[in-house]
Design a binder for this molecule. Structure first.
Ligand code: 5AD
Ligand code: SF4
Ligand code: FES
Length: 350
């Protein structure tokens, strides 16, 4: 179904990992039904570089407190309807140990921008590392640069900090009191500390254009991130963006597939947000370049309180349920769960 120009550009991207911004825009503007060539090429590239191995990252949502007010997010400070929680140090360590027992090789400590004491986080990292042979990813938002350093020295391996949108005007509008410059400076500093670094984008934010998404891809390339996590925007009723349109499955898959071709060695997760707006969202992403899934292992009694967006999947399930469910999804696609940590391929190959 794909036209000649699509085929030419997709071949160029697959071969050189490079496109001009105009070429990216051209592909992003195509109707999804015209892009089977792009999706298949991204799937092939994933297979060529990563094989059929899928890496699982177990997410522990350690605190739903957040001092920021991002316009799109249910955890924003001004959402007074949300009951907040913060897990105790012992609970976080116990959950990480449980994740390791379930066979996970990575745990992700995730929270809103809470003031969880940096020293305590460092102790948690050390304790988890002492008991388990497991990688630790941090996804705790922007903190002072001293904290990033302290946590790296404590043994953290990776840091996720999505830049969300490369359109600086849009960034400023949706992130009051935050600065795009500081976000990028944080990502660059994390890289100098030798963290494997992840960024990503919200697909379908109101006001975002295909030009913006092309700028996002350019920025991700420039930052040479080790991971790109991009999921669809889902409006939340207690935020300023409550009456806006949701991001689409098609645009999310196009963006993931282009990320695979343009940042070939990066890990790409099939996001929970995509699984939320489409029953087969994660399966579709895994067949469009993605090679990672990030199941929730947070204790069931807290899950509903970490409501970034509504109708999030996996709220009623327990850690073992999600592990089993995701194992089934992966084998149904003829793929298998990796027994390795899934570090950045860029590091392995030097
Ligand atoms: N829809 C989809 N993703 C969202 N995020 C926050 N709010 C939403 C939403 N309404 C994502 C952002 C952020 C992470 C906490 O979740 O990308 O990085
Ligand atoms: Fe807080 Fe992150 Fe949500 Fe922004 S996106 S309100 S920083 S949890
Ligand atoms: Fe949680 Fe499927 S991954 S229920």
């Amino acid at each position: 179904m794909s036209n000649k120009d699509v085929i030419k550009l997709v071949d160029k991207a697959a071969k050189t990992a490079d496109l001009t911004k105009e070429e990216m825009v051209y592909l992003l503007k195509q109707d999804f039904t015209e892009l089977d060539y792009l999706i298949n090429k991204a799937d092939q590239k994933r297979k060529e570089l990563f094989g059929d191995e899928v890496h699982l990252r177990a997410i522990i949502e350690i605190s739903s407190y957040c001092k920021q007010n991002c316009y799109y997010c249910g955890l924003r400070k001004d959402n007074k309807q949300l009951e907040r929680y913060q897990l105790a140090k012992e609970d976080i360590i116990a959950t990480a140990n449980q994740a390791a027992e379930l066979g996970y090789k990575t745990v992700v400590l995730q929270s809103g921008e809470d003031d969880y004491p940096a020293q305590e986080i460092a102790e948690i990292i050390k304790e988890i590392k002492l008991n388990n042979d497991i990688a630790i990813t941090l996804s705790l938002g922007e903190r002072d640069f001293g904290a990033y350093k302290l946590w790296k020295e404590a043994g953290a391996d990776r840091y996720l900090l999505k830049h969300e949108t490369a359109d600086q005007e849009l960034y400023q509008k949706y992130h009051p009191q935050m600065s795009f410059e500081n976000r990028i400076a944080s990502l660059k500093y994390l890289k100098t500390l030798n963290y494997q670094t992840g960024s990503g984008v919200i697909i379908g934010l109101p006001g975002q254009s295909t030009e913006t998404l092309a700028a996002d891809l350019m920025l991700l390339k420039e930052l040479e991130v080790d991971m790109v996590g991009s999921g669809p925007f889902i409006p939340h009723q207690n935020t300023p963006l409550k009456n806006t349109k949701q991001g689409t499955v098609g645009m999310t898959l196009k963006f993931n597939a282009l990320s695979r071709l343009l940042l070939q060695l990066s890990h790409i997760p099939a996001t929970t947000a995509l699984g939320t707006i489409d029953d087969f969202g994660r399966q579709k992403a895994l067949q469009a370049g993605a090679n990672v899934v990030m199941p929730n292992v947070t204790d069931s009694k807290y899950r509903s309180k970490y409501e970034i967006y509504p109708a999030k999947i996996c709220i009623e399930e327990k850690a073992a349920d999600c592990r089993q469910c995701i194992g089934g999804i992966i084998s149904s696609l003829g793929r298998f769960v990796s027994k390795e940590r899934g570090d950045s391929l860029k590091i392995k190959t030097g």
